[in-house]
Design a protein around this ligand. Sequence first.
Ligand code: C2E
Ligand code: MG
Ligand code: MG
Ligand code: MG
Length: 282
Amino acid sequence: RAKETGRDTYRFFSADMQAHSLRVLQIENALRSAVVQNQLALHYQPQIRLRDRRLTGVEALLRWTHPELGLISPAEFIPVAESSGQILGIGEWVLRTALAQARAWCEAGHTGFTVAVNLSMVQFRHPGLVEMVQQALADSGVSPQMLELELTESIAMDAPEKVIAIVQQLFDLGVQLSIDDFGTGYSSFSYIQRLRVHKLKIDQSFVRHLGEDGSAQHIVRAIIGLAQSLDLESIAEGVETATQCEALLSLGCNTGQGYYFSRPVPAAQLDAWMTERRVTLV
Ligand code: C2E
Ligand code: MG
Ligand code: MG
Ligand code: MG
């Protein structure tokens, strides 16, 4: 009996793993032509200063629509692109496309906000990163202070001195730097203190449970306190309700981003946000 169960379990995992690796291969193959076939697009999600509901930035989020496979989530294809190395080309496309959009917004008279781009660990570890960012900025003509780069907290798992040096080089380019999904990694206070960044982005898993009983409130309070003591801005991800928004404001969080304000949308749909810069929610 035990033997049979064992065999079934094995067969189940085996079939499951096979389907998974097929899907990974399929995605890896399809990604090869995604850029040239124009299948990638960036959507932008507003970042709102909680105190006065003003737009302070937008985050560029990658969208991939494949003609047969349909819309594929970045949560699924970014890890594939990372393990295949394709993220280097895709990441540069994302940066250049976001900068071209930033340039277009500037030319339309919309300035005074940041455009944030996510950087993968793999890009961060690549020796050509700083030069690539510098070149993309120069080619776009966009002022470095309008660009924000989001680093994941997992960079903290690499050799500290190396990471600190690269973060410093990016800082010296004059770009804004934030640590994404903060609170989910293992970085220590002393480590974060040595990273030259501007903002901590509170992970949405903590924001989601704000206003409920439990530890979320304490964790969010601690992260905001940490940000304040290091003289960093705090931004909350995944704000979905007015209750969360009010809780964040009372805890001293500077900025919010989430479906409560807007989903990530194509640049053209942000026209009203760019013009008004302040959106009144009902
Ligand atoms: P992230 O950088 O932490 O981005 C936030 C994610 O939360 C986005 O998912 C966004 O659509 C989603 N989100 C925003 N507001 C809300 C909300 O109120 N509720 C909920 N439930 N979700 C919300 P998305 O676009 O699917 O991206 C997932 C992840 O994929 C990103 O997490 C980022 O790590 C990665 N990613 C996306 N675009 C890029 C890119 O251009 N380059 C790299 N390296 N990674 C990217
Ligand atoms: Mg992000
Ligand atoms: Mg995040
Ligand atoms: Mg995330």
